[in-house]
Design a protein around this ligand. Structure first.
Ligand SMILES: Cc1ncc(COP(=O)(O)O)c(C=O)c1O
Length: 416
């Protein structure tokens, strides 16, 4: 739909909250990158074509034939119980040991984040995130009017010495931190992974300063290099197990179209989340959960994960190699061991929004960095998603970007 600038008659009626509901740059760009002539490094779109559509068709036929009365009906607000037994098996592979009653299903990971924000954030409350952070989480936290403090990340994830200083400072000022939101594995957008030492440190700090960690883990199973690191939730379970809320999604393990995510949390928190579900959607789609139940009952789902990993690791390799071969000096990027994203840093005098305009004219898209910072810095940074395009198009697109960036650097130097 094309955007029309029109006078808004209802402006005087909107809630103050809408002022904090910022547009997601990713969403705007997704519209653009849907054009087949654009090589898109913008959205984190999984390779759903790797799934067997024939098999899915079989599951859906079977469901309608044998179980239509349940799968087309409303379900319970905490989620479809048989599907939760499957989630338990999935989480076991990540080292987590939970029972059905510890889980609530949601409409995607995004709703899980939004429900948690709704449950914990009053206007002006302080929360902590990685910096840069997942833009969908930032948008949600901003809509609840949180005071967002970003802690920088390096190649080992969130810098825990800066986190410690910040928590100390806030404690002295008697400012309570409602939660620390983290994507420890192959983070969106930075691609970096929080190492074990820092996972332990974040947990130790959360306990010391009596706050909660929201561990968002959509990409943990998509590791194609190195050994898995225990989740913070698993580390917490070795102790008293109160400080971590774990959330994840089937969007990258299966397909985002089903819109299924989930939350594992202490029971009093889950009760509040269920109330939130009741007042927003009543229940997650029973039909989607029923299909996901079939999918995860078939052992072939684990082969599909291997297939996904094979595809994404090849694409990552091509993107990294082409960056290495074609990008000019003074530029740097992260080297993810899994997941979907590479984080790019250009010299500070370059603005990735301006570069995007040139790139789109040359039929390449990516996401400029500022949308991943609550304070909108990161103007010389960008997120490149390698999950979506073929290796040939990745190579072509990165070379086009390299050419544009070299031109910009040359132009800048000619004026100096
Ligand atoms: C870190 C992170 N959390 C949550 C989500 C939301 O996922 P969904 O709503 O598709 O389950 C995403 C999507 O890209 C993500 O990268």
């Amino acid at each position: 739909m094309s955007k029309k600038i029109t006078f808004d008659y209802w402006e005087h009626l909107y809630s103050a909250r809408t002022e904090h509901m910022v547009s997601s740059e990713i969403r705007d760009l997704l519209a653009l990158s849907a054009r087949p002539d654009i090589i898109s490094f913008s959205g984190g779109l999984p390779e759903v074509r790797a799934l067997s559509f024939q098999r899915l068709e079989r599951y859906i036929r079977r469901i309608i034939k044998t179980d239509g009365d349940i799968s087309l009906q409303y379900g319970t607000s905490d989620g479809y119980y048989p599907f939760k037994t499957k989630l338990i098996e999935v989480m076991k592979l990540e080292g987590l040991d939970v029972v059905e009653e510890d889980i609530v299903t949601t409409t995607g990971g995004q709703q899980a984040i939004d429900l948690l924000a709704k449950v914990f954030i009053d206007p002006g409350d302080t929360i902590i995130t990685e910096s840069p952070a997942y833009t969908g989480a930032l948008n949600s936290f901003q809509s609840y009017e949180a005071n967002i403090i970003g802690i920088p990340v390096d190649e080992n994830g969130m810098d825990t010495s800066i986190l410690e200083e910040k928590l100390k400072e806030l404690d002295i000022k008697k400012i309570k931190v409602k939660f620390i939101y983290l994507v420890p594995n192959f983070s969106n957008p930075s691609g970096v992974t929080l190492n074990l030492k820092r996972r332990k440190k974040v947990l130790e700090l959360a306990k010391k300063y009596k706050t909660i960690i929201l561990e968002d883990n959509p990409y943990g199973m998509l590791r194609f290099q190195g050994k898995p690191i225990p989740t913070i939730k698993e580390l917490d379970s070795m102790g008293d197990g109160h400080n971590v809320i774990y959330l994840s999604t089937l969007s990258k393990l299966f397909a985002p179209g089903f819109r299924i995510g989930w939350i594992v949390a202490p029971h009093p928190i889950l009760e509040k989340i269920i109330l939130g579900i009741q007042s927003t959607i009543l229940c997650v789609s029973t039909f989607s959960q029923r299909i996901a139940y079939e999918y995860f009952s078939d052992p072939s789902w684990q082969e599909n994960i291997e297939k996904f990993k094979g595809i994404y690791s090849k694409r990552r390799d091509v993107m990294l190699n082409t960056l290495e071969d074609s990008f000019p000096g003074g530029t740097e990027w992260s080297r993810p061991k899994g997941g979907f994203f590479i984080w790019l840093k250009l010299p500070d005098y370059l603005d990735t929004k301006e570069i995007l305009a040139d790139a789109v004219r040359n039929k390449v898209a990516f996401v400029p960095g500022s949308g991943f910072y609550a304070d909108r810095r990161g103007e010389n940074e960008a997120r490149l998603a390698y999950c979506t395009e073929s290796t040939e198009r990745i190579e072509k697109g990165i070379k086009i970007l390299a050419g544009i960036i070299k031109e910009k650097i040359k132009l800048y130097k000619s004026f100096k």
